[in-house]
Write a protein that binds this ligand. Structure first.
Ligand code: 5RP
Length: 219
């Protein structure tokens, strides 16, 4: 089974969680895109969607799904998004698509976070995937120096500006043994908008696609 087929399986499985008249929180990336395509098939049953990026908002609109602002809806019953890495404790690294800040906001505002991924994303320890950090542009060198002090190897992502007008630093070579603690520590660095650790608010359900079908891990 290819990773694409595995992603398709979990995109379809996530649809099972959707109830009539809900507004759906929608993530960003290739797996989230497949979920959006599946959501389009039941668009008559939902009230709309809140997107975690301009790219996802555009894909939703192209399917004729109403895109709403988070402020318009208050809380959301569900958020569906992919991940770059996950542990069995449902701690995640996200932000490979540079959408981490809005993803973290929509996840925080949602009752249930369903994470969908192919099973290559399941790891014992987070950190092989470089940890994305969204930074205010003027703070990039300062933040990078602080990240070196934390044991990382920060590299500015080339030619990327986030939907919020900021930059992304990817932190390589970190073995993240305590993601909850590191998430809090990095957030305290002046100039950091968000880091890509989703540990304080991890996923509630992880759906992994693979040759055995869909495996579910629940908090
Ligand atoms: C975007 C993300 C994505 O969820 C993550 O990068 C996974 O992407 P894909 O589904 O393409 O593997 O966090 O910022």
């Amino acid at each position: 089974m290819t990773p694409e087929q595995a992603k398709q399986l979990v995109a379809e499985a996530a649809i099972e969680y959707i109830e009539w008249d809900w507004v759906i929180g929608v993530g960003t990336g290739s797996t989230a895109n497949l979920f959006i395509d599946e959501l389009a098939k039941i668009k008559g049953q939902i009230d709309g969607a809140v997107a975690s990026s301009e790219a996802s908002a555009e894909r939703l609109r192209n399917h004729g799904i109403k895109v709403m602002e988070l402020d318009q809806v208050g809380g959301l019953p569900i958020y569906v998004d992919g991940a770059d890495e996950s542990t069995k404790h449902l701690h995640l690294i996200k932000g490979g698509g540079a959408a981490l800040t809005r993803e973290k906001i929509v996840a925080a505002a949602s009752d249930k976070f369903i994470c969908i991924a192919d099973d290559s994303k399941l790891v014992n320890v987070l950190g092989s995937f470089p940890l994305p950090i969204e930074v205010i542009p003027m703070a990039k060198s300062y933040v990078a120096r602080q990240l070196v002090k934390l044991g990382g190897n920060p590299i500015l992502r080339d030619n990327v500006t986030t939907d919020n007008g900021n930059l992304i630093i990817d932190v390589h070579d970190m073995s993240i043994e305590n993601p909850v603690q590191l998430e809090a520590k990095i957030n305290q660095i002046a100039g950091v908008v968000t880091n890509g650790l989703f540990a304080q608010r991890g996923a509630d359900v992880l759906l992994l696609g693979g040759s055995e079908g869909v495996t579910k891990i629940e908090a």
